[in-house]
Design a protein around this ligand. Structure first.
Ligand SMILES: *[C@@H]1O[C@H](CO)[C@@H](O)[C@H](O)[C@H]1NC(C)=O
Ligand SMILES: *[C@@H]1O[C@H](CO)[C@@H](O)[C@H](O)[C@H]1NC(C)=O
Ligand SMILES: *[C@@H]1O[C@H](CO)[C@@H](O)[C@H](O)[C@H]1NC(C)=O
Ligand SMILES: *[C@@H]1O[C@H](CO)[C@@H](O)[C@H](O)[C@H]1NC(C)=O
Ligand SMILES: *[C@@H]1O[C@H](CO)[C@@H](O)[C@H](O)[C@H]1NC(C)=O
Ligand SMILES: *[C@@H]1O[C@H](CO)[C@@H](O)[C@H](O)[C@H]1NC(C)=O
Ligand SMILES: *[C@@H]1O[C@H](CO)[C@@H](O)[C@H](O)[C@H]1NC(C)=O
Length: 375
């Protein structure tokens, strides 16, 4: 493709995505009965309801909100009873949990267990069925005996994605206030604590992270950096998709080796084909076809089993935010958007839409804006 054509395509795709988002927002705004100035709605709502009840998906500062217009709006909303606010629908959340439990085995949900394999067993990769891997002694040693989430229940859970939408969100405190915090791909937290928090109860780690963020542990500097990161996990669940795609086995071995050698205090877990089937199966009943689930949809599905209320942060698969400002793909690195490519493994916007529909129904809360410090 020549560069002109490519930027034309990119611009068109961007416009289309923005249009789709805006179309969805206008649906939402019709529900609110607003003609803009939703900042006023927020503050009006804020007076009556706790901040977590407000619908963060509302465009904050749409079009023309002059001071006069605003004061009229606030009068309108003070006299009008309840503007659109997000409400958790407990009935729906329980219904979804029940449906998901038809597919998900709560005993073996998040990991292959020790009893089911032994060292030397050869298994097929989930996405590359023709390739096999050996269950090493170390891997076997780190398989949990029982699910680390067995009999666990939490009032509220946060699932934190890695989108740049988190930058300057100030969501750290709110995220850390949840009872159970799930993070993705060993994303750095300390340097971004204000926006992403630090609490971590479960963190996923694709084997490729070892290469991308830790230079394949080429020398002692990187090895030490990685080791420090593992140590900082402090008893959380480290969820490594070791059986999904071929190519990562060496890195998985390095990680396993380090964990054992340095007595790292983490609960390792290695997701199975069974989990993938469960997730696909459940979503198919909702007419959402998922080939390779994104971590967001995977973790949401899993979390429905042990969380009463699920809050998502940092899931935003679009290069522009609601104010048209550019959004980094990840909050912590310079990776570029790749989802428009047909070859990409994830159907992010599709899955985002599924999550957004659940948000609108009150089954989960999707935060895509700023969080305000609790008062
Ligand atoms: C929304 O608007 C309010 C009031 O106008 C402002 O204080 C707040 O920073 C805005 N938030 C965003 C995400 O733009
Ligand atoms: C809201 O809009 C006003 C004017 O339309 C602008 O001055 C202000 O910076 C905007 N605020 C945000 C948070 O976007
Ligand atoms: C808004 O309020 C001003 C006075 O504060 C009034 O003159 C104007 O007509 C109002 N506009 C609307 C749309 O109600
Ligand atoms: C909550 O969800 C249930 C089940 O889908 C639905 O019947 C009910 O109307 C919803 N309640 C509210 C307040 O939206
Ligand atoms: C698995 O391990 C056995 C013995 O440790 C070895 O002979 C075999 O080649 C290995 N297979 C693969 C696919 O690595
Ligand atoms: C390790 O490699 C990095 C570059 O990737 C370099 O900056 C660092 O000095 C090296 N450390 C050692 C101990 O060789
Ligand atoms: C590690 O976890 C324990 C309890 O699980 C907690 O008391 C401690 O402060 C944590 N340390 C760090 C560095 O997060």
């Amino acid at each position: 493709m020549n560069p002109d054509f490519r930027s034309w395509v990119l611009a068109t795709v961007t416009l289309l995505v923005v249009f789709l988002i805006l179309a969805d927002i206008s649906e939402l705004e019709e529900e609110i009965g607003s003609t803009g100035g939703s900042g006023t709605i927020r503050s009006a709502a804020g007076n009556v309801h706790s901040k977590s009840n407000r619908a963060e998906l509302i465009l904050n500062n749409s079009s023309t909100s002059s001071t006069a217009g605003r004061s009229n709006e606030s009068i309108k909303y003070r006299t009008k009873p309840v503007p659109y606010i997000w409400r958790h629908n407990q009935t729906l959340a329980l219904k979804i949990r029940k449906q998901i439990l038809h597919f998900l085995d709560a005993e073996r949900d998040i990991s292959v267990l020790k009893g089911t394999l032994k060292p030397g067993d050869i298994i097929h990769y989930v996405f590359d069925r023709d390739s096999t891997m050996n269950i090493s002694k170390n891997l076997y040693e780190l398989l949990p005996r029982t699910s680390p989430l067995k009999n666990k229940h939490f009032k509220t859970c946060a699932i934190v994605g890695n989108s740049g939408i988190l930058l300057n969100s100030g969501c750290g405190k709110e995220i850390d206030s949840h009872d159970f915090v799930i993070r993705c791909n060993l994303a750095p937290v300390e340097e971004y604590a204000k926006d992403v928090g630090t609490k971590t109860n479960l963190v996923t780690m694709n084997p490729s992270v070892v290469q991308r963020a830790f230079e394949d542990l080429v020398n002692d500097t990187w090895k030490d950096k990685f080791l420090q990161r593992l140590k900082s996990l402090n008893e959380s669940i480290l969820w490594i998709p070791a059986f999904m795609a071929k190519g990562g086995e060496e890195r998985v071995e390095w990680v396993n080796d380090l964990i054992i050698k340095h007595h790292i205090n983490v609960h390792t877990a290695y997701p199975s084909l069974r989990l993938l089937h469960a997730v696909r199966g459940y979503w198919l009943t909702n007419k959402v076809h998922i080939k390779r689930p994104t971590t967001g949809i995977l973790m949401y599905t899993l979390a429905t089993r042990f969380c009463n209320r699920i809050y998502l942060y940092g899931f935003w698969p679009f290069p522009r935010d609601l104010h048209q400002n550019p959004v980094k793909y990840h909050y912590y690195d310079s990776l570029k958007y790749g989802y428009t490519s047909q070859a990409g493994p994830h159907a992010m916007p599709l899955e985002f839409k599924a999550l957004k529909n659940l948000h609108l129904q009150g089954a989960l809360k999707l935060n895509v804006g700023e969080c305000e410090a609790a008062t």
